[in-house]
Ligand binder design. Structure first.
Ligand code: PLP
Length: 372
């Protein structure tokens, strides 16, 4: 049996290698490395795929968050509500811009920001909410929009892990708030072969501003209207993404099939909470994340699987507010009980588009054996 990987990009690449090579060769032959036609083409294909008016490609998902926040011109020092159980980039971008991340706990099933806590976290200084569609599905975005509307707040959706997922009323995640972002990090559902990211919006003025900010704040060549950044998706990555975009729905289907298989085979194990189906969106399974009954059992399972040649990952091992970088915010242990419990108990199984039948049965067999 082929070695099991958490993400098998080598096998995925092998399936589309000729198409990728051809697309990359066009860029090389024309030396159109920066702002080549591939960037425009990919941007417009992605905007059609997501049914959003504007896609602004940029250097990576973290830049996309920063640019989206800059485009909103939020008052310095104002508060931005972010989930405590998440990757660092969302709150990091806010903090970098001298906005104050205000963390809220998440719900224990969908890992979406707890909306009661969002309401409690509101203050006269709140300027934005940053919901994150963790692992590939969403919570109640309509409720987020309602809160934002009532309070006059902006909503920036982090769809780095959920590209291609749709809300219950068929809107692509990442296109529901004022602005949304994604990452094309290689292991993402739509990943390139380096770094990449994009900003989404249906608002023309925000799209223009985001484009300008991503390009040194230039309103036209050598006319610098505001302080910006240099954040570009290069043409080679755009060419690769344009090829892979055609396969994204297939990739998602393969992930969902694998997730269904895991769920079907593992559902009788009482000590496991398997991914819950959201009533607010579908799930594109960037990760298949289980919650195990206890920390020691989780750690033992991880070691047991590792001994059997099965990788697994802990996303995420520590609540964000307790990291040194966020110490200045003054949070303390006990402030985010759900996030704390999740950090102790979550474990993600291998999830990718190239899993063989033999590999997936071996994985569930070993998980079942551990709990026997
Ligand atoms: C939820 C989330 N937000 C933002 C990012 C940042 O994306 P990038 O690594 O492309 O900067 C990631 C990627 O790892 C992510 O998972």
């Amino acid at each position: 049996m082929k070695k099991i990987q958490m993400v098998d990009l080598i096998s995925q690449h092998a399936q589309i290698q000729t198409e990728i090579n051809d697309a990359v060769n066009v860029v090389i032959e024309n030396a159109s490395f920066i702002n080549g036609p591939q960037v425009k083409s990919f941007g417009s294909n992605l905007s059609e795929f997501l049914d959003v008016k504007h896609v602004i490609p940029c250097g990576n998902g973290t830049d996309a968050l920063q640019i989206a926040l800059m485009a909103l011109d939020l008052p310095e020092g104002s508060e931005v509500i972010c989930p405590a159980f998440n990757y660092v980039a969302t709150a990091e971008a806010a903090a970098l811009l001298k906005l104050k991340p205000v963390y809220v706990d998440v719900d224990p099933e969908l890992f979406f920001m707890d909306l009661e806590q969002v309401k409690e976290a509101l203050s006269p200084n709140t300027s934005a909410i940053m919901p994150v569609h963790l692992f590939g599905q969403s919570g109640d975005m309509e409720a987020v929009l309602d809160i934002a509307k009532q309070q006059g707040l902006k909503v920036i959706e982090d769809a780095a892990q959920s590209i291609g997922a749709k809300s219950k009323n068929s809107r692509s995640l990442g296109t529901i708030g004022d602005l949304g972002i994604t990452s094309f990090f290689p292991s993402k559902n739509l990943g390139c072969m380096g770094d990449g990211g994009a900003i989404f919006t249906n608002h023309e003025a925000l799209a223009d501003k985001s484009r300008m900010i991503a390009s040194h704040g230039q309103s036209k060549k050598y006319h610098f209207s505001r302080i910006g950044v240099n954040s570009r998706l290069d043409s080679i990555q755009a060419a690769i993404l344009d090829v892979k975009l055609k396969y994204l729905n297939n990739y998602i289907r393969q992930r969902q099939e694998l997730a269904n298989y895991y769920t079907q085979e593992l559902s009788s194990i009482d000590q496991l909470q398997l991914p819950k189906k959201s009533k607010f969106s579908d799930h594109v399974f960037h990760q298949y994340t289980m919650v195990i009954a206890s920390e020691s059992l989780r750690d033992d399972l991880k070691n047991y699987l590792s001994d059997k040649g099965i990788p697994s990952m802990i996303y995420y091992p520590k609540p964000l507010p307790y990291h040194e970088a966020f110490e200045y915010l003054g949070y303390k242990k006990g402030d985010f009980p759900v996030t704390e419990a999740l950090c102790e108990k979550v474990l993600s199984l291998p999830m990718h588009t190239e899993m063989t039948v033999e590999q997936r049965s071996y994985i569930v067999e070993q998980v079942q054996n551990f709990f026997k």
